[in-house]
Design a protein. Structure first.
Length: 232
């Protein structure tokens, strides 16, 4: 079932859209109304399609948010707007988007927009474009981390600790959701509770891995994989 995120600051309309999408067979994984929350959500959750209102809360509008999202992930975006004047259309045209529908819209229009956006996305050639940073939230701030800054991720119940070379962050997401979009040429899961940046490994044996001062348990059967990944 395709997962859809709704970005809309009119709560009643957002819930109406959610109900319609659920009725026609989609899984609405979130309803948000500002850019900061959206970027954070996308860093920790898989989304197949976004319905994006142009007028949203916060310092940036839906068009600028679309540009930021496309730099991080290749997710199809369908705009929701109550305006069709040339200024809005010209602004939309500066972004990589998969469609737009005018408010008020019908069930059929919403269904068609979702179907076409997802179908066109599935037919696009696969590229090797990957996001360049990992986004974390710390005390209300959004912090972009370069991948080579991160040493490892550690599961801690419903939270995940992110250990960098200089600081430890704690994210309110489980490890599985945190690591699903990490580049495979840098990170590997070596234990049920740990995913490491294997380029930072300083030594290892059959039971554990060392990254500087940190000792990380190695699950049974992972030694061969680690040996293949790491070249001394």
């Amino acid at each position: 079932m395709e997962k859809i995120l709704i970005v809309e600051d009119e709560q009643e309309l957002a819930l109406n859209i959610k109900d319609i999408l659920g009725f026609i067979g989609y899984d609405v994984v979130g309803v948000l109304d500002n850019g900061v929350e959206v970027i954070d959500f996308l860093n920790h959750h898989h989304v197949d399609l976004i319905f994006m209102d142009i007028q949203i809360k916060g310092d940036i509008d839906g068009v600028e948010l679309c540009k930021k999202i496309k730099l991080l992930k290749n997710i199809p975006i369908v705009y929701l707007t109550a305006f069709s004047d040339k200024f809005i259309l010209d602004k939309i045209a500066t972004t990589d988007y998969e469609g737009y529908i005018l408010k008020p819209f019908t069930l059929q229009e919403l269904q068609s927009a979702a179907y076409l956006a997802l179908k066109n996305q599935s037919e696009k050639p696969v590229t090797n474009i990957k996001k360049n940073v990992f986004i974390v939230r710390d005390k209300g701030n959004t912090i972009p981390l370069q991948f080579d800054e991160i040493l490892f991720f550690k599961a801690d119940g419903l939270y995940t600790k992110i250990q960098t070379k200089t600081k430890t962050y704690v994210a309110r997401n489980i490890l599985k959701d945190m690591i699903q979009d990490l580049p495979e040429d840098t990170f590997v899961r070596v234990h049920k509770s740990y995913t490491i940046n294997y380029k930072e490994v300083t030594s290892f044996n059959a039971k554990e891995i060392h990254i500087g001062e940190y000792t990380i348990p190695l699950r049974r059967g992972s030694l061969k994989e680690i040996k293949n990944l790491i070249e001394f």
